[in-house]
Design a binder for this molecule. Structure first.
Ligand code: MLT
Length: 293
């Protein structure tokens, strides 16, 4: 199972839980490998160009919805190179800052970002990642021009926030929950339509004065194009079993997410969801000129 972002971050956390459960169900180890860099495109490329024999799968995320528009040149086909197996989970995001950032709420943060120009630092996981998408939408919505510091995943980016060396990161609850609860970071808002059930004290960006700015991350599982149908069916069955696994359900719940219903974890449903997501983001990326090149 290829994870296109750094170990210890949100995609890695979801992927390793899934791989562990799928290993038990398949009866053979599902080995996780982090192939990082270029906003998740290097890991995706590795799977799109792998032998389609069922022994290589990709656990990716909303990047599969934005990369086809954001990247005009890629060494793989970001849509046709894959067979979707199913949606895995949907994860809210949170805007978190270093603990001593001089801002008490989202309005203060916006004012600080506007007045600091490029002295304000924003961490992300490269163009094509959810943190970069969220950061760009925020900067665009408020007319700020922060210095963007890209990492190979938000795992390492979070270390810089915790160390007080970077100002802000937009990241998934699967990683941020424990730091928010422990008071290790300052949290400003969630760019979700509704408040997060497990962190209800955090306002939505709309409630905190920034309407029209929404990002929720989803994760999906993919095989290379040309993987034989019986193998795809076996992998999908294993994914569905993992999403019913009480250990997976419990851990997902603890980190602010939940496995998707079984009917969403199918190739057909996920292809529809994925294509709709590409169509949803295309005009937004075009309007904000959010291209990789
Ligand atoms: C990660 O796993 O590092 C994140 O999902 C990257 C991102 O999309 O920001």
């Amino acid at each position: 199972m290829i994870i296109p972002f750094a170990p210890g971050g949100p995609t890695d956390i979801v992927g390793r839980l899934l791989a562990e459960s799928m290993s038990r169900e398949i009866g053979q180890p599902v080995v996780v490998e982090n192939t990082t860099g270029a906003g998740g495109t290097l890991g995706a490329q590795r799977v799109a160009t792998a032998r389609p024999d069922g022994h290589t799968v990709l656990l990716h995320h909303i990047g599969m919805g934005v990369i086809p528009t954001m990247y005009r040149r890629l060494a793989y086909d970001p849509v046709g190179g894959f067979e979707p197996l199913g949606l895995v989970t949907e994860v809210p995001m949170t805007l978190v800052g270093r603990k001593d950032l001089p801002a008490a709420n989202l309005a203060d943060l916006v004012a600080l970002m506007r007045s600091s120009g490029d002295r304000f630092n924003l961490a992300d996981a490269g163009i094509g990642s959810s943190s970069a998408l969220c950061g760009a939408l925020l900067a665009n919505a408020i007319g700020a021009k922060p210095t963007v510091i890209p990492f190979r995943g938000t795992g390492p980016a979070m270390q810089e926030i915790l160390g007080g060396r970077v100002d802000l990161l937009c990241d998934q609850t699967t990683q941020t929950t424990e730091y928010i609860r422990g008071g290790a970071v300052k949290v400003f808002a969630t760019p979700s339509r509704a408040r997060i059930a497990t962190l209800p004290e955090i306002p939505t960006t709309a409630e905190a004065g920034l309407p029209g700015f929404e990002v929720t991350v989803w994760h999906g599982l993919y095989a290379p194009r040309g993987t034989p149908a019986p193998v795809l069916a076996r992998l999908t069955a294993s994914l569905q079993a993992a999403l019913r696994d009480p250990r997976v359900v419990q851990r997902f719940t603890e980190i602010g997410t939940a496995p998707v219903p079984q009917e969403d974890a199918t190739p057909e449903a996920h292809r529809r969801f994925w294509m709709a997501d590409i169509a949803k983001w295309k005009p937004i990326i075009e309007a904000t000129n959010g291209y990789a090149d």
